[in-house]
Design a binder for this molecule. Structure first.
Ligand SMILES: Cc1cc2nc3c(=O)[nH]c(=O)nc-3n(C[C@H](O)[C@H](O)[C@H](O)COP(=O)(O)OP(=O)(O)OC[C@H]3O[C@@H](n4cnc5c(N)ncnc54)[C@H](O)[C@@H]3O)c2cc1C
Length: 425
């Protein structure tokens, strides 16, 4: 009997698992059937919506830089190290270029296809899969997996499929409407795996007091956003803030969301911002300078040189300063309030950090129970994991797709080694 590998989930992780398995079987000259099951009519829906449809394919730089900048949670970076070295950002980019996808690196290190079309990336993967002779089953939602005496049994659309090894690559639980409903995480849990609680990451932050209509769409550049409880800052993120009709988005809010979601479970938390990314002393000195110049200018006009016009009245309101206040009439206590409003602007209490709106899901299959060198379960031989369903969530910048490709690649190669050397026990 020809051994079979079943890969569940046709996202970046599952696609790379299938490619690696197909190529490994060929290079070992082994007959292995590689089957990829995807519940949607087409593979790679998240690749198609990634980077706003442009697909931030990966991040440029050395493997060490990618690990350090993309995965600030040290246990995740450690877990990924082997896989990231085994299938690197350059490996994925070389593969795409061979398939005619040109790409470029932005100043911030993010890599995009030159065409700005995620579709081109997916078409390249589909061509690779055909060449690797992967059997693709679309519209095939795997409903359950079970271990029998000598194989794995998958139930798909009321049929049974027998496999010698299974790779779970069903992604996280955000954007559920595109098919990522956490099925593989449930399968892993039923097979006895520990699941680190699922939380939002790279998600918008919703506020109890919704921003005023005037502010929707306003972007504050290069600020520091923090999660606070009482007077204590619990976590911070630097970058642009985008004000939305329900709260905050933009790079700083997305970066902060994972930590915010963690604290939000147990505490009432608020979001504050250092609007100009300056220390209290620096702002105080700046305000004193302006004041001492005895200027007849309005404070509002000065602030409009530093912050979006629409936002300035809200800063002045928080500082309790009338809109028509001129520098030469600003009182000392108003100056102190303005210093606070600029360095510790209070956006108010958080109402929700919606997991479904996250670009990635934090939490998932506990890394302690997965061998980072093979991606195989430490509880069940022949069961492998790839991608976002693992307890890994990277930063914005192409890091999450790269984690899916790399873990997928290792799982695919190792699944082939497993089926050709040791049948399921
Ligand atoms: C809006 C958005 C934009 C993003 N942009 C970027 C970006 O530009 N760069 C970046 O690096 N990351 C980006 N990400 C994150 C990145 O897309 C994911 O981290 C990555 O796709 C995870 O890959 P995966 O293969 O683990 O899971 P997924 O890509 O989620 O794939 C899992 C697949 O499994 C299928 N599936 C689920 N259950 C079953 C089942 N029971 N049976 C069969 N199939 C099943 C799903 O339909 C899905 O196709 C973005 C995410 C979102 C939501």
């Amino acid at each position: 009997m020809i051994p079979k590998i079943a890969i569940i989930g046709g996202g970046a992780g599952g696609i790379c698992s299938a490619l690696a398995a197909g190529k490994a079987a060929k290079s070992l000259d082994a007959s292995v059937e590689v089957h990829l099951f995807e519940r949607n009519p087409r593979l790679g829906i998240k690749i198609l919506i990634s980077g706003g449809g442009k697909c931030n394919i990966t991040h440029a730089g050395s493997v060490e830089e990618v690990l350090q900048d993309g995965f600030p949670h040290i246990k995740e970076a450690r877990f990924l190290k082997h896989a990231m070295y085994r299938f690197t950002n350059n490996d994925i980019l070389d593969m795409l270029r061979r398939r005619g996808v040109e790409w470029y690196v932005r100043e911030n290190g993010r890599v995009f296809p030159t065409s700005s079309r995620a579709e081109d990336v997916l078409v390249a993967f589909e061509a690779e899969l055909r060449e690797a002779q992967v059997v693709i089953h679309t519209k095939s939602r795997v409903e359950s997996i079970e271990r029998s005496d000598n194989c794995w049994l998958l139930t798909i659309n009321d049929n049974t499929f027998e496999a010698d090894a299974v790779i779970l690559a069903t992604g996280g639980t955000s954007y559920r409407k595109v098919g990522t409903t956490g099925d593989g995480i449930d399968f892993a849990a039923r097979l006895g795996h520990m699941i680190v609680p699922l939380r939002a990451a790279l998600a918008p932050i919703y506020l109890k007091q919704k921003p005023h209509q005037d502010l929707v769409g306003v972007a504050i550049r290069n600020a520091v956003l923090s999660v606070t409880k009482g007077n204590r800052s619990l976590a911070q993120a630097y970058g642009d803030i985008l004000i939305t009709h329900r709260g905050l988005s933009g790079p700083a809010a997305l970066d902060l969301s994972r930590e915010a979601a963690m604290h939000f479970e147990n505490d009432l938390i608020s979001i504050h911002a250092n609007l100009l990314n300056r220390t209290t002393e620096e702002i105080r000195a700046l305000l004193i300078d302006e004041q001492q110049s005895g200027s007849l200018q309005h404070v509002k006009t000065w602030l409009e040189g530093l912050l979006p016009n629409a936002f300035v009245p809200y800063v002045l309101k928080q500082a309790d300063i009338p809109l028509d206040r001129k520098w030469n009439a600003l009182t000392r206590s108003e100056r102190d309030h303005l210093t606070t409003a600029l360095t510790d602007y209070d956006f108010g209490e958080v109402s929700e950090i919606p997991i479904d709106r996250g670009e990635v899901t934090a939490g998932g299959v506990d890394l302690k129970e997965v061998d980072p060198k093979t991606m195989m379960s430490r509880l069940h031989s022949g069961l492998f994991f790839a991608g976002e369903m693992l307890d890994i969530a990277g930063e914005i910048g192409g890091y999450n797709l790269q984690a899916a490709y790399s873990t997928g690649w290792v799982a695919g190669e190792e699944a082939v080694k497993f089926v050709v050397t040791s049948p399921v026990q």
